[in-house]
Design a binder for this molecule. Structure first.
Ligand SMILES: Cc1ncc(COP(=O)(O)O)c(C=O)c1O
Length: 365
């Protein structure tokens, strides 16, 4: 007889990652494959980070610094908060799991937008708690009024993904201020700002301000996106030191490996790489806007490095047809929008190739 499991884990759907380039090459026998599916940095990692990792590789016999001292010092200076306000993790993904382990009991409720980043539902289910998914509004943005109404006595956490994945929409400072004002004090508001650096609007709030103001919030950011280190796995949380100390109780002792720590410090210093990344992104965004308009495809204006677009057809079919042409995008059916797709802004030649293939498909070529 099989050993009994925790039943709640059967409610978790395995994560579906963006299809890796190597899989498409192997399965379809295509060499020239581009991936616009996982919102990675198309310019690659910072060259300074690559060099730092090469130099640090000679010390792989030693355990990493459990406290991430140097990375915290640099982030502290960068963000203007104390190192005691910071927790570093093996990506935001790990920090979300720890968050659940710290706060969630089986009867607790967790409120988040739908569609949004799937890990919020996963960690809620992992802990046997109740996910409360609130549909986005007509502009594909968080419906904060409905989210506020969804908060009950059982609610422990509210996730605000800002800007939101997969829609790219943004909440303004005014909107978040108003939400925080009315939120019950015992509810922890989680601001997932994985794409913060890409947000170009002047109304985009810096979530770290709320930490400085002593609000009951935790802000998550990552080195996976603008810093180009998705493969190294480094994310961080900023919050009151009392909250941070709870993460230190629960996390693994050496949760951030030494190459990741070194790479993140170097990438943080490489402003040139970040600026080039943002410039490429702005250019690609305008290109996509123009081309989607020419093709008559509605899209959600984005504050991120991806765009949610209505393909005006069977999204899965279009996804598969593009795959056969060596172009990987993210089909919208996984988010409940089968006509849509989420497309990462790549290098100019990658964006152009995606648009060309899409145009050919729409012409039936
Ligand atoms: C909104 C959001 N939060 C968190 C993550 C996870 O980030 P990390 O790579 O740091 O685990 C992602 C990754 O795509 C994301 O889109």
């Amino acid at each position: 007889m099989a050993t009994e499991i925790r039943k709640c884990i059967l409610n978790i759907d395995p994560y579906v990652p963006g299809k890796p380039i190597e899989d498409v090459q192997r399965e379809l026998g295509i060499d020239d494959v581009i991936k616009l599916a996982s919102n990675e940095n198309p310019l690659g990692p910072s060259p300074l980070a690559v060099q730092a990792v090469q130099e640090a590789a000679a010390k792989l016999n030693l355990y990493p610094d459990s406290n991430c001292y140097y990375l915290k010092q640099e982030l502290s200076a960068h963000l203007g908060v104390s190192p005691d306000n910071l927790i570093i993790g093996n990506g935001i993904d790990e920090l979300l799991t720890i968050l659940g382990e710290i706060y969630l009991n089986p009867c607790d409720e967790v409120v988040f937008a739908d569609p949004s980043f799937p890990a919020y539902a996963t960690v809620t289910r992992l802990m046997g708690a109740k996910p409360v998914a609130v549909p986005v509004d007509g502009h594909f943005s968080h419906d904060l009024e409905a989210m506020a109404k969804a908060v009950t006595d059982q609610t422990k956490l509210v996730f605000l993904c800002n800007p939101n994945n997969p829609t790219g929409s943004m909440l303004t400072r005014e909107q978040i201020d108003a939400f925080l004002e009315q939120a019950p004090p015992k509810v922890l508001v989680v601001l997932d700002e994985a794409y913060a650096e890409y947000a170009a609007s002047k109304d985009y709030p810096d979530g770290i301000d709320y930490v400085r103001e002593g609000r009951n919030v935790i802000v998550f950011r990552t080195f996976s996106k603008v810093y180009g280190l998705a493969g190294a796995r480094v994310g961080y949380g900023a919050a009151d030191p009392k909250i941070i100390s709870l993460f230190n109780r629960v996390r693994e002792p050496f949760n951030v490996n030494c190459l990741a720590q070194i790479a993140a410090s170097a990438a943080l210093r490489d402003r040139g790489h970040v600026e080039a990344t943002l410039k490429n992104n702005e250019r690609g965004k305008l290109f996509y806007y123009q081309k989607f308009e020419e093709l008559g495809l509605p899209y959600v204006p984005t504050e991120t490095n991806f765009i949610f677009v209505d393909l005006q057809g069977d999204g899965k079919k279009i996804f598969n047809a593009l795959l056969r042409k060596g172009v990987i995008i993210r089909p919208g059916d996984i988010y409940g929008y089968p006509r849509c797709a989420r497309v990462t802004i790549g290098k100019p030649e990658e964006n152009a190739r995606f648009i060309d293939e899409l145009r050919r498909l729409s012409l039936g070529a």
